[in-house]
Design a protein around this ligand. Structure first.
Ligand code: GDP
Ligand code: ZN
Length: 292
């Protein structure tokens, strides 16, 4: 039988199987020996050892489409980044860090600005515009009132999506809302997984529909960019990449160079000042980090 690893805790993997059940499987030695570690999100083949106790054994890992390093998850299609428009106010530097990290790993991002009920329409539009102008899909929502939820459901449909954002922005409200429908089917999921709840800060896959999965990433509320040279950073700002071919110098960092098309676009208001300022801040941060 096939299934998906939805969680790994201390030598056990929890597999959401085709039959709708969750099987507890011991992490078998063969994988460790080959230095090949199964990841949350991996699709696997299992053998059921005890149907009553829902215990099984992972016999093989199916080919991976991709695997992310941060968070360590396999077979991810996209990232869904949630921030609130108000309460808490969006931390744009954190949002930009998320976006950069996903760009670095070739994962497309969709941004959701939640709690639209707390913000004026003009402010909502302003927020969305900043990131739409960079080429990202942005969904304004009020999950509390059910606004934007259908659009979110459509974006998530048949995909495995890493969900990230600071605490208090509505992530659990969203998952609860989306999960409603299959709660019956997978009622035991929470029961079975609760056991290890306080023992782990690892990612967990939440099945929403048959082929729709969310990846919950605890401890993702702050993060620092790693494995990146400051010269690379510009590649992860899609709106810079659009203008780069028109810069006078090849390899332009868009900082002090004359004839820089990015700075020209900035002065014409075509690139967001806030995004550019965050670029400079992160560029300095990466440069500083390399000194040590
Ligand atoms: P999480 O920490 O990201 O999982 O956020 P929660 O889902 O726990 O939500 C944090 C708080 O924000 C809760 O009190 C929710 O009821 C509230 N909340 C969630 N969505 C909305 C919304 O669209 N509008 C408003 N005003 N509050 C919301
Ligand atoms: Zn330039």
């Amino acid at each position: 039988m096939q299934g998906k690893i939805i969680k790994g805790i201390a030598g056990f993997y929890y597999i959401y199987a085709e039959d709708g059940n969750i099987y507890e499987c011991k992490a078998k030695g063969i994988f460790r020996k080959d230095n090949f570690k199964p990841l949350v999100g991996d699709n696997v083949e299992i053998t059921v050892l005890n149907e009553e106790e829902k215990e099984g054994s992972v016999t093989s890992i199916l080919p991976r489409r991709n695997s992310l390093i941060r968070p360590a998850v396999a077979n991810v299609d996209q990232a869904f980044l949630i921030f609130a428009m108000e309460n808490p106010k969006p931390n744009f530097l954190l949002l930009d860090r998320f976006l950069i990290m996903m760009e670095q790993q070739d994962v497309p991002s969709v941004i959701c600005f939640n709690k639209g009920d707390l913000a004026e329409p003009e402010e909502q539009q302003r927020l969305c515009r900043i990131y739409e102008d960079c080429g990202y899909q942005v969904i304004p929502a009020s999950i509390k009132d059910g606004i934007g939820v259908d659009q979110i459901r459509k974006v998530l449909q048949d995909k495995t999506t890493v969900v990230a954002g600071p605490s208090g922005v509505g992530k659990s409200s969203l998952t609860n809302r989306l999960q409603d429908e299959i709660c019956m089917e997978t009622g035991e999921i929470s029961k079975k997984l609760k056991r290890g709840k306080h023992t782990t800060r690892h990612s967990q896959v939440i099945p929403v529909e048959k082929n729709t999965f969310l990846v919950d990433t605890p401890g993702f509320s702050s993060l620092y960019l790693t494995d990146m040279k400051e010269e690379e950073l510009r590649d992860y700002f899609p709106e810079f990449v659009m203008y780069e071919p028109q810069c006078r110098f090849q390899g332009c960092m868009h900082i002090h160079e004359p004839g820089c098309a990015v700075k020209k676009a900035l002065s014409e208001g075509k690139i967001s000042q806030q995004r550019y300022d965050n670029y400079l801040a992160l560029y300095e941060e990466l440069k500083e980090k390399r000194r040590y």
